[in-house]
Design a protein around this ligand. Structure first.
Ligand SMILES: [Zn+2]
Length: 204
């Protein structure tokens, strides 16, 4: 009867979380595949929000004893004879020092920082309808840095051409900065608005 039940303890301590959850629980086809990708808020031991991860990763951290579930999202993952509550918020059991986080400079991260909004006209667009603008044009020595790259719609980009914003009669909505912990927290707040369980950790 129970011949197919896995002894999960053997697998929990592997570092490759991706494999271990699947190996341990062998999620059934009827498990909602989205449940494993649902965003989970990660708190430091001090309850300070530090990250967002996918439910799959959060479950692994809980199973490994690295984190505990603070809030559940109301869903279960059904596997073999185990029903697993999916966390919505987890908290690390040991305080982790967070280095002054700066994310990699990439098109994706700049669009994320600028919330997919043209920094000149303020229009929110899909990633495909935005380009990156060098505030000080490359032809005039402008570097490819966090401080000199902004999300920009194609029409503003054409209008600005090889000019500085003031030469083109344009103005940045705000000064571009590196994507730091402050920015990340802002994004966590935006995401938290749709999740009641996150709110008390984010809006303090
Ligand atoms: Zn624009």
């Amino acid at each position: 009867m129970s011949g197919h039940r896995h002894n999960s303890a053997m697998h929990i301590h592997t570092d490759d979380g991706r494999q271990s959850v699947t190996a341990v629980f062998g999620f059934h086809q009827d498990s909602d595949p989205h449940a494993l990708h649902a965003p989970v808020l990660v708190l430091n031991a001090s309850y300070e929000p530090i990250n967002i991860c996918a439910a799959r990763r959060a479950i692994v951290l809980v199973l490994k004893g690295v984190a505990m579930t603070e809030e559940e999202n109301g869903h279960f993952l059904h596997a073999a004879r185990v029903a697993l509550r999916v966390p919505s918020v987890i908290r690390l059991l040991e305080y982790r020092r967070i280095p002054h986080q700066t994310r990699a400079l990439s098109r994706k991260n700049i669009l994320l920082r600028d919330r997919n909004t043209c920094q000149y006209c303020g229009e929110g667009l899909s990633a495909g309808d935005l380009t990156l603008d060098h505030v000080v044009p490359r032809s005039r020595g402008g570097a490819s840095t966090w401080e000199n790259l902004v999300a920009c719609c194609h029409s503003c980009n054409r209008r600005k051409g090889n000019q500085l914003p003031n030469e083109a009669g344009m103005k940045l909505m705000r000064e571009p900065h590196a994507f730091n912990l402050h920015t990340s927290r802002h994004i966590m707040r935006l995401m938290g608005r749709s999740d009641d369980k996150w709110r008390k950790y984010l809006f303090y």
